[in-house]
Design a binder for this molecule. Structure first.
Ligand code: 13P
Length: 249
C-alpha cells in the first residue's frame, strides 16, 4: 500500500505569530486521517513549528536546502542543519526554485543526494510549463526531469522519495489539471519508473499532485488510482481548507 500524503507548502508566507496561530488552528482541525499530513513553513519558522507540534502527528518539513554540508555559502541552510532540529523531510525541485533561482536538474541531483545521505526523505517536484503542454511535450519533459535528477539512484533509495507532479501552469493560477490530466502524467511516471527500475518500485512510490488543489476539487483529483495525495499551496494557509483537503483523501 502506497502512503497517502497531503503536504502544505506555505512558500514565503506567515511570520512567527501567523505560524503559531495557523498551527493552533490546524491542531483544532486535525482528526484521525489515513493520510500523512505535513506542513512546510519558511526556514525561520521551522523550529517554532516543530516545538508547537511536538507529540503531534503533523510533520514539519523544509521547502528547500543547500546541497553542501557547510561552508562559505552565505544565506544557505544545509541538510545537516535541518536534521539537527528534527526536520526529516525536504521539498526539492519546486518549479519556483527552478524558475526564480535557476535550479537545474543536475543541481537537484546533488541536493537529492545530500538529503538522502542525511537520512532525509525528499518530496521531489517536477512538471511541465504551459508551452510544453501545448506542444505535446509534457510527458518527455517530466521524464527528463526525473531521469536527470533521480535516475542515478539505486532502487532502494526510492523508499525515501515522494514524487510531486506540479504542472507549472496550474500553480497559483486557479487553473487545475483535470483529474484525467493528472492521472495521465502519474501513470506515465509509473511507466517511466518501471522502464528504468521495475514494477515493484513503480507501484511503491507515492506520487502527489500539486497545482490549485482546493476543498472543492480535491476529492475528484484524489480519486484517481495513481494520485496518492497532494502538495497544497494557497489552500494550505487556511486550516479549515487544508483539513477539508486532507479529509478528501
Ligand atoms: P497552489 O496550490 O497555490 O496552486 O500551489 C501549489 C504548489 O506550488 C505547492 O507546492
Amino acid at each position: 500500500m502506497r502512503a497517502k500524503i497531503v503536504a502544505g507548502n506555505w512558500k514565503m508566507n506567515n511570520d512567527l505569530a501567523m505560524t503559531q496561530s495557523l498551527i493552533t488552528e490546524l491542531k483544532k482541525q486535525s482528526q484521525t486521517s489515513n493520510a500523512e499530513v505535513m506542513i512546510a513553513p519558511s526556514f525561520t519558522n521551522l523550529w517554532p513549528a516543530f516545538e508547537a507540534l511536538k507529540n503531534h502527528k503533523i510533520e514539519v518539513v523544509a521547502q528547500n536546502m543547500h546541497q553542501k554540508a557547510s561552508g562559505a555559502y552565505t544565506g544557505e541552510v544545509s541538510a545537516e542543519m535541518l536534521k539537527s532540529i528534527g526536520v526529516n523531510t525536504v521539498i526539492l525541485g519546486h518549479s519556483e526554485r527552478r524558475e526564480y533561482f535557476d535550479e537545474t536538474n543536475a543541481l537537484l541531483a546533488e541536493k537529492v543526494d545530500a538529503a538522502l545521505k542525511n537520512g532525509m526523505r525528499v518530496i521531489f517536484c517536477f512538471g511541465e510549463v504551459l508551452d510544453d503542454r501545448k506542444s505535446g511535450w509534457a510527458e518527455s519533459v517530466v521524464k527528463t526531469q526525473l531521469k536527470e535528477s533521480l535516475f542515478h539512484l539505486d532502487k532502494s533509495a526510492f523508499e525515501n522519495i515522494i514524487l510531486a507532479y506540479e504542472p507549472v501552469w496550474a500553480i497559483g493560477t486557479g487553473e487545475t489539471a483535470t483529474p484525467e490530466q493528472a492521472q495521465e502524467i502519474h501513470k506515465h511516471v509509473r511507466n517511466v519508473l518501471t522502464e528504468k527500475y521495475d514494477d515493484e518500485l513503480a507501484e511503491s512510490v507515492s506520487i502527489l499532485y500539486g497545482g490549485s488543489v482546493k476543498p472543492g476539487n480535491a476529492k475528484e483529483i484524489f480519486s484517481k488510482p495513481d494520485v496518492d495525495g497532494g502538495l497544497i499551496g494557497g489552500a494550505s494557509l487556511n486550516a479549515s481548507d487544508f483539513y477539508a483537503i486532507v479529509n478528501a483523501i
